[in-house]
Design a protein around this ligand. Structure first.
Ligand SMILES: Cc1ncc(C[n+]2csc(CCOP(=O)(O)OP(=O)(O)O)c2C)c(N)n1
Ligand SMILES: [Mg+2]
Length: 269
């Protein structure tokens, strides 16, 4: 697929995500918009997957460690054929399997439960290590938030991955410079990430994480050790009034804001 096609799909996913958050009256729209270009590249170009057989043993694994942005994952999985697209309208409704955080026992395509930050990367190290033990060829990808990197468990996992020589593991840090309620630099600022990952023995690539032509080759790159992608993104990317505004971590657009956002995400742009 060409970058143009992927950009078109990403816009469609952004629109559906926006609509779902507005209809549910809740969600984490800022961190969804920052991550959607990477999710699109993964599910529509990079991952080796079979939607009709979500547990295929040879499938590549993707773990959304920043589980609060579940809605973006659900919309992407639905568009790729893992679940009915109509089901997105049940997001956060009673009895829906599309909960605020992804559950692998309920939703096809979800690899592990996430939501409590700091767990997806350790689990992904286990998945990559398991591939080693089994002699399996699948690749494991995991996306964390930049605020999430403040969890100490991530750094234990990073050191283990290097120790195990896991060249079948790619970590993507969605570096949108904000966490919940504050900018990263005003809290426990771990940026810059490159020098820290390199000190643990990882190979590092830095990209514009909202630019498809940079995302795809970085995801496809294979190193001789664990690979970290520092994806510089904008929280709320694609919707002008949300970008870099801390309140859009989990604010819900009102009717007027919804119309402005929809227009900005329209096909013609
Ligand atoms: C262990 C844990 N502590 C706190 C929270 C509450 N929480 C949800 S999202 C979030 C901020 C995450 O920021 P970041 O990782 O940068 O995510 P993004 O900017 O991509 O939305 C926090 C503190 C949580 N989900 N898990
Ligand atoms: Mg962040």
């Amino acid at each position: 697929m060409q970058p143009n096609d992927l950009e078109r799909i990403a816009r469609q996913i952004r629109r559906r995500d926006l609509q779902a958050v507005v209809e549910a009256g809740a969600g984490h729209i800022g961190g969804e918009m920052s991550a959607i270009d990477i999710l699109t590249a993964l599910y529509f170009h990079v991952l080796r997957i079979w939607p009709e057989e979500p547990r295929h043993p040879d499938r590549d694994r993707f773990v959304l460690s920043k589980g609060h942005t579940a809605c973006a994952l659900y919309v992407t999985l639905a568009k790729r054929g893992f679940l009915p697209e109509e089901e997105i309208s049940t997001f956060l409704q009673p009895h829906s399997r599309l909960n605020g955080h992804p559950n692998c026992n309920k939703v096809p395509g979800v690899e592990t439960n996430t939501g409590p930050l700091g767990h997806g990367l350790p689990v992904s190290v286990g998945m990559a290590k398991a591939a080693r033990i089994l002699g399996a060829a699948y690749h494991t990808y995991v996306m964390t938030g930049d605020g999430e990197m403040q969890e100490g468990s991530n750094w234990e996992a990073i050191s283990s991955a290097a120790q195990f020589g896991l060249n079948n593991l790619t970590l993507i840090i969605d570096h949108n410079r904000f966490q919940q309620g504050a900018s990263l630099s005003d809290t426990n600022n771990l940026a810059p990430f490159r020098s820290k990952l390199e000190a643990f023995g990882w190979e590092v690539t830095e990209i514009n994480g909202n630019e498809m032509s940079e995302i795809v080759p970085a995801l496809q790159h294979r190193a001789d050790r664990p690979h970290g992608i520092i994806a510089h993104t904008n929280k709320g990317h694609g919707i002008s009034f949300m970008q870099d505004r801390v309140e859009w971590h989990h604010k819900v657009p009102n009717a007027e804001q919804y119309q402005i956002a929809l227009a900005e995400l329209s096909e013609s742009l």
